[in-house]
Ligand binder design. Structure first.
Ligand SMILES: [Ca+2]
Length: 424
């Protein structure tokens, strides 16, 4: 019943926040029901953590600035970073100053550090991509962890037959453009419908590619089948085999499910993200009827069953075997009085707002609110809403090559989350 009480607490908190214009991000409004008195609200957000770039590279005689705290954080805001129609995926190679934005109809645009959009796209797949309805298109984009050396990246898109494909491309001789002839297909999903195609791609700290595959809109039958690739998150090794290899420690390599499947019981995990620092995955699964949910699992927890379609959120959903089946329940859920379709985000690990280190942001496609929590001791803490952040209809979140957070909207805005600090 922990989840029920948490949901209630979230509702109360939301109500409390809605009349509160405070921009102070370290709100101490931890719901009273949550575990652990997290006394570390501000202590945990010290500025030194998780910034490999600053200290490590300057091991010379310079003795300046390393411990200089930034000016007081007064709040955060969204600034319009770029305008790109229908951004569905936002990504960047680690340490690259450019931001890559996948346009729904198949173009991958490049945005410079100042927000300037490169005149010609990095790659134009519009002749291969179908973008019908509201769930098709160029749905996923991920850069290989060694992109700087091998130039390889991955896309997931709806094709002209309403199926979805996972493919690899390689950068061309000019780093501003991909080589359109480098297409290498890894997977083809014969989709039952044009719905619930998910599409999120991200590499884990283990170097493997994780792929979100929705249940295909088949009426919920695929969710509990670990032996299909639908309704799952897959984990594959793009560096071994042809077209890929299955990692030897995938949960079903010795049976019990398809070898590529890393987790199952998902409906439409449109956006998940991997937080390397905590070695965990945050999966936002879009609900069917009443409930939207965020699940958090350790990357060591392969084989997890997230419940769909026996459960929607934490509640049994039209199946007699629900109670007897062991499933992972959501960490946070909200009802359809509060939204209609969750858009999962990221755990903030950027350098610009160290006070938010470890905070997971997410949104709802219909209502556009931004909410956050930190995951501690198996529960969501510091649950809060950010009424001062009002991006519009949120398709996706993304992070740049340095961990800064972006939001892409259906209306074509790419926003960047930035701090508001006191004058020095
Ligand atoms: Ca679930």
């Amino acid at each position: 019943m922990r989840f029920l009480s948490l949901a209630v607490a979230l509702g109360l908190l939301t109500a409390a926040c809605s009349g509160n214009d405070s921009t102070e991000p370290t709100v101490a409004a931890v719901p009273s029901t949550t575990v652990q008195p997290t006394t570390t609200t501000t202590a945990a957000v010290v500025t030194t953590e998780a910034r490999p770039a600053t200290a490590a590279t300057t091991s010379t005689t310079t003795t300046t600035t390393t411990t200089q705290p930034p000016p007081e954080l007064l709040g955060v805001e969204l600034v319009l970073f770029a305008a790109i129609d229908w951004p569905l995926a936002i990504a960047a190679p680690h340490g690259d100053s450019r931001l890559f934005v996948a346009h729904r109809e198949g173009r991958i645009e490049v945005v410079g550090a100042g927000g300037e959009v490169q005149e010609d796209p990095f790659l134009d797949l519009s002749d291969r991509v179908r973008a019908n309805g509201i769930e098709q298109g160029l749905l996923g984009l991920a850069f290989h962890p060694s992109y700087a050396d091998n130039g390889r990246f991955y896309v997931y898109f709806s094709d002209e037959n309403d199926d979805t494909r996972l493919a690899e491309y390689t950068v061309g001789s000019d780093p501003a453009f991909a080589d359109p002839g480098s297409y290498r297909e890894l997977m083809l999903f014969d989709q039952p419908t044009e719905r619930h195609n998910a599409g999120m791609l991200e590499f884990g700290p283990d170097g493997y590619l994780y792929v979100a595959v929705g249940d295909g809109g088949d009426g919920g039958h695929n969710g509990q089948k670990s032996d299909t690739l639908f309704g799952t998150i897959l984990r594959i090794d793009v560096d071994g085999g042809e077209p890929y290899a299955v990692p030897g420690d995938n949960p079903f390599v010795d049976g019990g499910g398809a070898p590529e499947v890393w987790a199952y019981g998902l409906r439409n995990p449109w956006r998940f993200s991997i937080d390397a620092e905590s070695n965990s995955m945050f999966i936002a699964d879009v609900g069917q009827q009443d409930w939207e949910e965020v699940n958090v699992v350790s990357l060591d927890q392969g084989g997890a069953n997230f419940g769909w379609a026996y459960r929607e959120g934490s509640r049994c959903f039209s199946h007699p075997e629900c109670e007897e089946t062991e499933t992972v329940l959501p960490v946070v859920e909200y009802g359809h009085s509060d939204g209609c379709s969750i858009t999962g985000g990221y755990v903030y690990r950027g350098a610009d707002i160290p006070e938010l280190n470890g905070t997971y942001f997410y949104s709802d496609w219909c209502t556009g609110w931004i909410r956050s929590f930190r995951y501690e001791g198996g529960a969501a803490v510091d649950v809060r809403e950010w009424p001062e952040l009002d991006p519009g209809q949120v398709n996706t979140f993304g992070v740049d090559g340095f961990g800064e957070l972006y939001i892409g909207t259906w209306g074509g805005d790419v926003w960047k989350l930035v701090p508001i600090r006191a004058e020095t």
